[in-house]
Ligand binder design. Sequence first.
Ligand code: 3HC
Length: 321
Amino acid sequence: MDGSDEQEAAFYAIIDADGRIEPRDDMPEAYRRSLVRQIAQHAHSEIIGMQPEGNWISRAPSLRRKAILLAKVQDEAGHGLYLYAAAETLGVSRDELLDKLHTRRQKYSSIFNYPTLTWADVGAIGWLVDGAAITNQIPLTRCSYGPYARAMVRICKEESFHQRQGFEALLALTRGTPEQKAMAQDALNRWWYPSLAMFGPPDTEGGGAKRSTHTEQSMRWGIKRFSNDELRQRFVDMTVPQADVLGLRMPDPDLRWNDERGHYDFTPPDWDELFAVINGDGPCNAQRIEHRVSAHHEGQWVRDAASAYAAKRQRHLEGVA
Ligand code: 3HC
């Protein structure tokens, strides 16, 4: 878009009518760049997110749990592919995006830099992390950029299975032996605040925290429908009653229902910890990228084989021997 007034006006007419911007539409370069940033980092989060749970596939406590976990981790790979495909409609290549991930020039969600220490962590990730992901992703099904919104429709359907299987795995533990219930409580204690941090920095400065930098513009463009704090509050309000069903204690002494607000009051995550993890100083940042880079290199033969097959098939279709 050369930024002519007419083109700009046509773009905002679609946004203000709650329409969809499609790949062939004129769009401000800043809109395109912000979408590449968010969609790429979303895709990176999906494929890095396979590691914490993948770590437990060979140690699942039953064949049924192993099959469920295999299906979930495979889904996450698929979510990454849908999202890389959506990003490619904006004129970037998957190779370029993966290179930025591997060289730490693009981010992935902070949540995946925490270790999965027990089987209960697999349940907590499904219940809390995928629960937070659903809260954050359902509004994205109405994102102004068509390919992203459509990718999110399918992803959200699969996330519901992810959240439910995690909750069910924890329910089995909390109805098991006292040791199993204690394992579930320990997992909630460790995953609660990092899950709240998934929604990003606060909307306003305060408590020494840097505020969200993209929310205002992202909401003007119809990429984000709600602010980070609005979605965080929605997640807390949804999740606390579920912890009651599990018989687990929320690890926040200041959490309580506020009749006036019609929401739970809660302790925010540690913003210094969030920014430290975002900047690479989380418990597993180095391990996650090392594993990703080596998996990418080990998979080169698959990409070479697929390209060779595609080239041979193309020659066949063109009638070249
Ligand atoms: N982890 C890593 N980086 C984060 C972050 C987090 N939890 N929260 C914010 N950031 C980064 C942002 O990317 C931005 O950095 P950048 O300018 O280099 O991109 C900076 O911190 C400022 O944050 P903002 O709030 O201004 O940024 P956004 O407006 O992009 O909001 C977001 C952050 C809410 C994560 C938004 O990008 C978003 O909704 N993304 C799509 C959903 C997504 O990526 N979810 C991640 C988890 S995916 C998942 O859980 C998969 C499931 O299957 C398990």
